[in-house]
Design a protein around this ligand. Structure first.
Ligand SMILES: Cc1ncc(C[n+]2csc(CCOP(=O)(O)OP(=O)(O)O)c2C)c(N)n1
Ligand code: SF4
Length: 334
């Protein structure tokens, strides 16, 4: 990295780039993520965002009536505060970001770009990055493109009707896989590391200092691709009560289903915010707060009631959480 990373306080005092008016659902984690990413890009460099089609795009760019990105009207001398947004097709956010970086590199090479090298940031959903766009993601990483990618992990194709995504937890209900599928989700962290990413992280803005560090480190990665997977509670698709977004963000890590993780290539990584086995909250504590799992277990008078006959499926989910933590520890040591 070119310079020391800012402290959490310095990060928090930076100017945001995600502004009022967006139409994300109240309680959507993506809004919190975008504020943090916005602050991390306020570092004196022009920022170019590429947005695939996902909730974070369709709900923030309704041109010409609504544009929720930018740092307000700035004078031309404040080039380092400016932010350009490129909307691209569903699966191509990393590829378009890579092209932006290539153009910037050529302009710098011929002396036509005299400002500091820009921040180039790709945003997409998990369907865009890990289902239809997996090729785009992995090849951009493999080419060591100097961009940062933030993937919103809501485990469904939300904006088109909550269809199944390969990141979905076993037995999570979706519109195209009612009751969910029994298979483990795709190993997204492992795929990004195996493809050669310079920095890979998973983290929820519910762990604010951790997420700020990870966002800053990703934006400031200059020797390859940085990929950050952001577990993103989706109030409309997961069907939880208002006010639970941060709690679900924390439980996702603490149960071992989506632990906080970070690793720089060639250095030991860390798995964080997940207690040792035996001290972790059982997965049903997380599941009963979401109606997408109500066929497995639900809360009755404050007590967890497992649906008769589904005990084995719950055990499978618990086994996945435990194996997931062990697998991430292995990737951390890779
Ligand atoms: C090639 C292609 N196939 C399908 C679509 C329709 N489409 C647009 S966004 C989307 C789902 C996006 O899912 P995800 O990336 O997970 O983002 P989310 O909606 O959950 O935020 C689909 C299927 C498309 N735009 N282009
Ligand atoms: S549908 Fe889900 S991901 Fe989309 S804006 Fe609403 S809460 Fe966010």
């Amino acid at each position: 990295m070119a310079r020391p990373l800012p402290t959490f306080k310095e990060h928090a005092l930076r100017e945001d780039a995600f502004v009022e008016g967006h139409a994300l659902c109240p309680g959507c984690m993506e809004a919190v993520t975008f504020h943090e990413v916005g602050r991390a890009t306020d570092n004196g460099k022009k920022t170019v965002l590429t947005l695939g089609t996902f909730c974070g795009e369709v709900s923030t760019l309704m041109y010409p009536n609504l544009i929720s990105w930018g740092r307000g009207p700035q004078s031309p001398e404040l080039f380092g505060k400016s932010l350009g947004v490129m909307h691209n097709v569903f699966e191509s956010s990393p590829t378009i970001a890579e092209a932006v970086r290539d153009v910037a590199t050529v302009l710098e090479g011929v002396g036509a770009w005299k400002a500091p090298s820009p921040n180039v940031v790709a945003l997409s959903g998990d369907g865009g990055a890990l289902a239809i766009g997996l090729r785009s993601l992995l090849h951009t990483i493999q080419r060591r493109a100097r961009i940062a990618i933030f993937v919103q992990m809501n485990e469904v194709f939300a904006n088109t009707g909550f269809q199944f995504s390969p990141t979905a937890l076993p037995f999570a209900d979706s519109s195209t896989a009612p009751g969910g599928l029994p298979e483990d989700p795709i190993d997204h962290v492992g795929l990004a590391i195996a493809a050669g990413a310079a920095f890979v992280a998973q983290g929820s803005p519910a762990f604010a200092p951790f997420f700020a560090e990870v966002a800053e480190e990703a934006i400031n990665t200059s020797n390859g691709t940085a990929v950050v997977f952001v577990p993103s509670p989706c109030i409309a698709g997961w069907k939880f009560e208002e006010g639970l977004t941060a709690e679900l963000g924390k439980l996702a890590s603490q149960t071992g289903l989506f632990p906080c993780f970070r690793k720089r290539a060639g250095e030991p990584g860390e798995v964080k915010h997940v207690p040792e086995k035996g001290k972790r909250p059982p997965v049903e504590q997380y599941l009963v707060k979401q109606r997408r799992f109500e066929h497995l277990a639900r809360l009755v008078d404050g007590e967890i009631r497992v649906t008769p006959g589904r005990e084995g499926d719950l055990a499978k989910l618990q086994s996945y959480a435990d194996r997931n933590v062990e697998r991430l520890k292995k990737w951390a040591a890779f």
